[in-house]
Write a protein that binds this ligand. Structure first.
Ligand SMILES: C[S@@+](CC[C@H](N)C(=O)[O-])C[C@H]1O[C@@H](n2cnc3c(N)ncnc32)[C@H](O)[C@@H]1O
Length: 323
């Protein structure tokens, strides 16, 4: 199994320099790659490490053993952060979320995330907690629902064609069986690209199976509410839909959810709750992209929380603020 190389680790560690004492939350602990470097760099920090994947937590526990006195672990989804953090005496000074799937999850064929490995179409990040697998989703979905899921998550103009092929060929015995169906359904002129046409279909199924859009919403809203003031929220995302939502949230917290026309003074009563230390997303350098191709699509965004407040959050949730 290949180890997980943390993406933009030096940028993450540098961003935490002003938030280097107290407890921070790594909400996507994975194999503990980021947190190992953070704990090493800042002796004044303690970690509350969370992941929805029990297997990941075991790996992280071993990797972080040298710092075990400073580490607490919890198997938790983003949607459980509110209850996990709500009652704590020491609100977290920072929250890090490195979204998506880990190398460990990709590299175990039986988990069903990768079509280059043989496995059943599961794709649940926490299968021991039940819920619908990718196979179950495919079995109950109609063509319209699948086409919508594929289109929302990057399968583009071929979404309908893929949905129809999936319905015609289900059930699938394995990951490679589904990949072969997508390949067959792909027009010959589109088969020559660097990315296998099944990549986006697998991504779309994984996002739906793990309710990743709803989970991201909980991470942003409940994570921000739980943060100390000042406190730092850092999110690394790997596809444009995710990055767009992270940016919309952070811009809204920075403006307070202002609804006034751009470039005019604010008269709508919006109260900013924080600021973005950098307006644009941080991207990996050329060196890192070459060393770790998985990092190529990564975008990191940061928000410093300065005060509590619900109004901007309500404006974010209603979608009425300028994004
Ligand atoms: C890209 S990996 C993180 C790798 C980690 N930063 C490291 O350096 O080893 C993403 C991790 O987030 C976890 N994850 C994804 N969505 C989650 C959610 N909604 N709640 C909790 N954990 C989640 C996955 O199980 C996976 O282990």
């Amino acid at each position: 199994m290949s180890s997980h190389t943390p993406v933009m680790a030096s940028e993450v560690v540098a961003a935490m320099a002003e938030f280097s004492s107290g407890t921070y939350v790594d909400a996507t602990l994975g194999a503990g790659g980021h947190s190992l470097q953070i704990l090493e760099a800042y002796p004044g920090l303690n970690l509350l490490g969370c992941d929805r994947d029990g297997q990941a937590l075991k790996l992280a526990e071993a990797a972080l053993a040298p710092y075990r006195d400073r580490v607490e672990l919890a198997q938790a989804r983003f949607s459980e952060l509110g209850s996990l953090l709500g009652g704590r005496k020491d609100p977290p000074i920072a929250i890090l979320a490195d979204l998506g799937v880990s190398s460990m999850q990709f590299d175990i064929g039986s988990r069903g995330f990768a079509f280059r490995l043989e496995g059943s179409l599961d794709m649940r990040m926490d299968p021991e907690r039940g819920g619908e697998s990718a196979n179950d989703l495919i079995a109950r979905a109609d063509e319209q629902l699948l086409a919508l899921l594929f289109a929302r998550n990057g399968a583009g103009a071929q979404s309908r064609r893929y949905a129809s092929a999936v319905i015609a060929n289900r059930p699938f015995a394995s990951t490679s069986d589904l990949a072969a169906t997508i390949w067959e359904a792909t027009p010959a002129r589109l088969r020559g690209g660097r990315i296998h046409p099944a990549t986006k279909v697998f991504q779309a199924l994984r996002i739906a199976v793990n309710h990743e859009e709803e989970e991201l919403h909980s991470l942003l809203v409940d994570g921000f509410r739980a943060l100390a003031t000042p406190g730092l929220l850092m999110v690394i995302s790997y596809h444009s839909g995710e990055d767009r939502e992270v940016k919309r949230f952070m811009v809204t917290m920075e403006s307070g959810g202002c609804t006034c026309p751009p470039r005019l003074p604010c008269v709508c009563g919006a109260a900013p709750l924080g600021y973005r230390p950098r307006r644009s997303a941080v991207k990996p350098g050329r060196d890192e992209e070459e060393r770790n191709p998985r990092s190529r699509s990564a975008r990191m965004r940061m928000l410093v929380k300065e005060r509590d407040g619900e109004d901007a959050i309500k404006r974010f949730e209603s979608g009425c603020a300028r994004g």
